[in-house]
Design a protein around this ligand. Sequence first.
Ligand SMILES: NC(=O)c1ccc[n+]([C@@H]2O[C@H](COP(=O)([O-])OP(=O)(O)OC[C@H]3O[C@@H](n4cnc5c(N)ncnc54)[C@H](O)[C@@H]3O)[C@@H](O)[C@H]2O)c1
Length: 240
Amino acid sequence: MSGRLAGKVVIADVLDDAGAALAAEVGEAANYRRTDVTDENAWRDLADVAEKRFGPVDILVNNAGIGFFKTVIDTTNAEFERVLSINLTGVFLGIHTLAPRMVALGHGSIVNMSSNEAMRGVNRLGAYAASKWGMRGLTKVAAMELGHKNVRMNSVHPSGTDTDLANPLHKSADELQPTYTIQPIQRICKPREIAAVCLFLASDEASYVCGSKFAADGGSSIGRYRGALPGNPDRAVGII
Ligand SMILES: NC(=O)c1ccc[n+]([C@@H]2O[C@H](COP(=O)([O-])OP(=O)(O)OC[C@H]3O[C@@H](n4cnc5c(N)ncnc54)[C@H](O)[C@@H]3O)[C@@H](O)[C@H]2O)c1
């Protein structure tokens, strides 16, 4: 996109339906390509398809991710490896495939979708938190290696956002509200609010932002309300 007002996008997902439907809705400026982010060859194909359809790629948003709730003791090796392969190796492969092309192009921006679980510890999310902390570290190193080549990289750290991952039962924002009273902005995040942060980081508006961990978490990572102390909102009983 780089300074221009409109971009063209290739949407990639391991599932066909939602991504293909979204690309169809967007129209000529979008394309869909089924891609498993753990597969290096699939990344190469994706990059080639994107270049052929729209020209050189100068933005990558590494967004694919999975997670589950289990204690570290109960998590199997296969489950742990599966989360790391998608959430961390997938990001590595995306950078590994597209960053050299951006360097050759002379500019680029990569946005890695981490989590507020990479800002702290949380019970029953060991594999997920490990993958997101790993991504945060990978972002810092790659930003150092690529920033002086005019390719910026940053990580985004959302808290609960209204998608299948965090709201599988598709409850309303009002129904979910009580679980968000522990953070300053006391509601679930809208996906559009995270997209806006990604758009900013991808654009030239963020030309001096490199290697940052960008919290978009309603303030959940800055601290938590203590019920017994002054300044605590009445309803601060949530769990997020
Ligand atoms: N929803 C939240 O509360 C929240 C909070 C913090 C971070 N995140 C992160 O945001 C990102 C997007 O998640 P979401 O909330 O939209 O969840 P989601 O489950 O709606 O979307 C995740 C997508 O990743 C895709 N995916 C899974 N494995 C893949 C693979 N091997 N290759 C390609 N695609 C694959 C899934 O098919 C799915 O479409 C994830 O990285 C997630 O960890 C989400």
